[in-house]
Write a protein that binds this ligand. Structure first.
Ligand SMILES: [Zn+2]
Length: 68
């Protein structure tokens, strides 16, 4: 069996869809952050001079759905 391969949405580089690619579908953490940043700025309409996103969103929200 050949491993599934996907293209990084940010740079188009092919990566293996497996445990060896922890940042899939991105080829690296860098591409993942670039894509996330682009998405956030698009959603919020941040002007060019806005500061970079500091909160990675890792903080759990106690009031949200916890997956019950
Ligand atoms: Zn990439």
């Amino acid at each position: 069996m050949s491993p599934t391969r996907v293209k990084c949405p940010t740079c188009g580089r092919e990566i293996e869809w497996s445990e060896r690619s922890p940042f899939r579908p991105f080829c690296s953490e860098r591409c993942k952050l670039i894509d996330l940043g682009a998405w956030l700025s698009e959603q919020r309409g941040i002007p060019d001079d806005a500061p970079p996103v500091a909160d990675p969103g890792l903080e759990p929200d106690p009031g949200s759905d916890d997956g019950r």
